[in-house]
Design a protein around this ligand. Structure first.
Ligand SMILES: *Cc1c(COP(=O)(O)O)cnc(C)c1O
Length: 407
């Protein structure tokens, strides 16, 4: 019989979203007249921006002509897309990132998992707790975490708690680690990192020759001009960081699929004692295992940077951030303690004392018909917290808040 990858068997049973679905189904089977409002899973709800749709319609018609047909494209993405990304997202903000350092892909979820392909097995890995589950589970699948320990943790991972006690700021590890996952603005807590905080991480990484994997999927939601959108705004990041970006949350591409990863050409790892450039390895990996994002979608992504695209995306972000501010305002008025929601589409709620994350989930489900996400599902240190997402219609957000307020 064929052997399976036994690392998969170490994954936590009853993973978060299936468990949420199970409880929701059990509840709706019993009763309900009111429709449920889902502020749980982090998927966008507003339609695609017109600029992107128009660009994709043109591109699909082009594909119907002999002259405009495109077969396999470059595995790294079309030059016109990589160039506009480098210019608009980095050079215009004073970051030294070139088009060649941008690898266009079909998602940050896959990029942040696939990156393990080019990294060795013996790295010491640090993650925040709570954390986007993909970083942990992809390492489990790759056999990089050791066995499951208590509280849904893994023996060989280093957990950096982020909670109200430390202002949701991950503390620099006291030991030497090789690989650090950071996500700012943060999913699930909605926390942000200042330039000084990121500078401390970059300094630590350069001193310890560590690599930072920086997930900036929510950078578009930052409202304060002084907060960094990219790790490459930080001096020294070009020798210690890879950044993941996505069109999923700013442009509503969760169903269209387009993202990109930045690997500076100045970034090195080691094999035995030899210095190896990571750009070269990732380029090799992508050329072998990936055949590029489809032409039509890349034209849609390019339109994100047109003047109409920019203004339509700004309106989308404003819309969701207004939702977030309504959620914050109403929950505060209801006497809850809330964090996040100012530079991220997530509001992170402290559950009332004596009520754990899942009990709070059950209360909101059964009494307010509102579905959120228990903080404990994102890690042991997320216990006692609860995430509500601002990705929904204004009407649903207002109705959900009215229902919660009247509890
Ligand atoms: C939504 C999200 C992404 C984007 O993933 P895609 O695969 O590009 O849709 C990346 N990181 C985090 C933390 C997210 O929440």
């Amino acid at each position: 019989m064929v052997h399976v990858n036994s690392n998969y068997l170490k994954l936590k049973a009853g993973y978060l979203f299936p468990e949420i679905a199970r409880r929701v189904n059990a509840f709706t089977a019993k009763s309900t007249n009111l429709p449920l409002i889902r502020l749980g899973i982090g998927d966008v709800t507003e339609p695609l921006p017109k600029a992107c749709r128009d660009a994709m319609k043109l591109a699909i018609d082009e594909m119907g002509t002999h002259n405009g047909f495109h077969g396999y494209g470059p595995e790294q993405g079309y030059a016109w897309l990589r160039e506009v990304i480098a210019k608009e997202d980095f050079q215009s903000r004073g970051c030294e990132v070139s088009a060649e350092e941008i690898f266009v892909s079909d998602g940050s979820k896959c990029d942040s998992s696939n990156i393990l392909d080019i990294l060795g097995e013996r790295n010491k890995i640090a993650v925040t707790d709570p954390v986007y589950p993909v970083y942990v589970d992809s390492n489990v699948m790759a056999g990089r975490t050791g066995d499951a320990a208590g509280h849904g943790r893994y023996e060989e991972l280093i957990y950096l708690p982020i909670n109200a006690d430390n202002g949701f700021e991950a503390q620099i590890p006291t030991e030497k680690v090789d690989l650090i996952y950071l996500c700012y603005p943060n999913n699930p807590t909605g926390a942000v990192a200042t330039k000084d905080q990121l500078q401390n991480w970059v300094n630590y990484a350069n001193e310890n020759r560590a690599l930072i994997l920086f997930d900036a999927a929510y950078e578009a939601f930052i409202q304060d001009k002084d907060l960094p959108h990219s790790i490459f705004e930080i001096e020294g990041a070009r020798t210690c960081a890879i950044e993941f970006r996505s069109f999923s949350k700013n442009a509503g591409f969760t169903g269209i699929r387009c993202a990109y990863t930045i690997i500076p050409k100045t970034l090195y790892g080691q094999s035995s004692n030899e210095k190896i450039d990571l750009w070269g390895l990732w380029n090799r990996r992508q050329s072998t295992k990936f055949n590029g994002v489809n032409y039509v979608v890349q034209r849609g992504a390019q339109a994100v940077y047109s003047s109409e695209g920019k203004s339509q995306i700004a309106s989308l972000v404003d819309f969701y951030m207004k939702n977030a501010s309504i959620i914050r305002r109403e929950l505060l008025a209801a006497g809850l303690t809330v964090y996040g929601g100012k530079h991220a589409p997530y509001v992170w709620i402290k559950t009332p004392s004596g009520i754990d994350s899942w009990a709070f989930f059950d209360q909101l489900l059964e009494k307010a018909y509102v579905v959120g996400t228990p903080g404990s599902g994102f890690g042991y240190a997320g216990e006692g917290y609860f995430r509500l997402s601002a990705f929904n219609s204004r009407e649903n957000v207002i109705t959900a808040m009215n229902r919660i307020s009247s509890l």
